[in-house]
Structures are given as C-alpha cells and as structure tokens.
Ligand binder design. Structure first.
Ligand SMILES: C[S@@+](CC[C@H](N)C(=O)[O-])C[C@H]1O[C@@H](n2cnc3c(N)ncnc32)[C@H](O)[C@@H]1O
Length: 245
C-alpha cells in the first residue's frame, strides 16, 4: 500500500502530496534548513559539484528540475552548472509561488522559469534536456517507475540524471540517533511550525518505504539508465544517484 500523508482520505497519493506541499509551502524553506541544521544546503551543493565533474566542462544547453518545489535545487544548479536554460516543474502551485520571487530577486527570469508539471506526464518532447535533476522528490511520486521513465524519455542521449533523496543510515550509532530524531523530534517540531498534522509524520514514513541504495539503482537500470552510481552523504542519511541515458 502506498504511503500517503492523509490516511483518512480516499484521494490519490498525488493529490494528497500536492495538498500537503501546498499546506506547508509557507514554512517549507525554514523547516528544511532548521530541521536539517542547514545540511540540506550542503547536500544540494555537494551533489551538483560532483555532477559538474561528470559533465567534464561540457556546456549545458538546458536543465530540468523535477519536483522543484520552491526552486532551491534549480537555483543552486544555476550557480554551479550555469546552464543556458533552466525549467523547474512541480505539482504544488503553493510551493512554486515561493520560487517565483527568488528568480526575480536573482534577476534570472530570462534563464530560469517554473511551471506546474507532473513527473509522470511531462509536457516536453523526447530527447529535450542535457540534464535532469530531482531533489527529495522521487520518494513522493505516485508511480516511481513511471516518473523515472518519463525523465528518461525527455533526457537527450548521453544526458545525465541526478537524484538526491533521503536514505536509511545503517551504521551504529547514527542509525539509532536518526531513528529517534526522524520519528519523534522532527514530526513534533514540524507539526508545531507547519500546523499540518500529517506532513512530518509522512516524511519518516515515506523515507522508510522508499527503495534506497541498491534497490533504487536496480530500478534505474531497469529503465535502461547506464553508468548508474550512488554516493552516500552524511553517513547515508542522504544519497545522490547519478545515471546517464
Ligand atoms: C520535499 S519537496 C522538494 C522540493 C525541492 N526539490 C527541494 O530540494 O527542496 C518535494 C516536492 O515534490 C513535488 N512532487 C511530488 N510528486 C511530484 C510529481 N509527480 N511531479 C512533480 N512534482 C512532484 C512536491 O509537490 C514537492 O514540492
């Protein structure tokens, strides 16, 4: 059974996820940085810097950030990879509404744009993008394989995919500390600040259910991605997956 935020509702995972992110969007950036002690910023930067090394100085015409949310991963990609065009898509209009002002503030409206879009039904033509990135998004897809297959479709041949996602640390004592923090402290603080009772319970539940590590690598290989690699960050609390079409 799919892990959903609002278990009492009969609606699809996708509509519940969009509703949840709409609800927490005003507090999303603050809670992200607060609950991770700012480490999430470092994860995004580190993952993109490694991708830059894989790209070996190749010019990037265009980059797609799927599940862009409030746009932070795409903005970081602008700084680190300097693509000529960046498009961010997300199913939550609420999240996007906090991304637009960031683009305006940076003065990069001619380079970067955000729009409502679903990973499982991307409007772009086949072989359109040099790079596709997704941070903390794939775990929320209603149909993971369908979303990844769509990403594969819109990537150009030899194009790169970078997926950043929470994973489950396996070593003592981090595993135990993480378990306690993620299932007790984080939901309590998240609930208090965001006023959404379900969102920060859904977070640990969805991380627990997500096929991380080798399982995710197998899924990518099944979709015919090649050169698939996984790099763990912060002793496995987060993982960056790299793959090529
Ligand atoms: C945890 S946020 C991550 C946002 C951003 N990438 C970041 O690094 O902060 C997850 C985002 O995934 C989006 N999302 C979930 N399912 C999606 C889908 N099928 N297509 C596009 N976006 C989706 C949610 O609306 C939400 O904004």
């Amino acid at each position: 059974m799919a892990v959903v935020p609002y278990k009492e509702k009969n609606t699809s995972k996708k509509s519940q996820v969009a509703e949840m992110f709409d609800n927490i969007s005003p507090k999303y950036d603050f809670l992200n940085h607060f609950l991770s002690l700012g480490i999430d910023i470092w994860w995004r930067k580190t993952a993109l810097k490694r991708l830059k090394r894989y790209l070996k100085g190749k010019n990037i015409e265009n980059l797609l950030d799927v599940a862009t949310g409030t746009g932070d991963f795409a903005l970081e990609a602008h700084t680190i990879l300097a693509p000529k065009k960046i498009i961010g898509v997300d199913i939550s209009e609420g999240m996007l509404s906090f991304g637009y002002p960031k683009i305006e503030k940076r003065g990069i409206k001619n380079i970067m744009s955000l729009e409502v879009g679903d990973s499982e039904n991307l409007r772009f033509e086949d072989n359109s993008f040099d790079v596709v990135i997704v941070a903390f998004g794939v775990r929320n897809f209603e149909n993971l394989e369908k979303g990844l297959a769509n990403i594969f479709r819109v990537l150009k041949p030899n194009g790169y995919l970078l997926v950043l996602e929470f994973s489950k640390p396996k070593i003592f004592p981090l595993k135990q500390f993480y378990q306690l923090y993620f299932t007790s402290i984080l939901p309590m603080v998240g609930r208090f600040v965001s006023k959404d009772n379900a969102a920060y319970t859904y977070l640990p539940e969805s991380v627990q259910a997500f096929p991380d590590g080798y399982e995710f690598i197998d899924i990518l290989l099944g979709i015919e991605f090649r050169n698939v690699e996984c790099r763990t960050l912060t002793a496995g609390v987060c993982s960056a997956y790299y793959a090529q079409k």
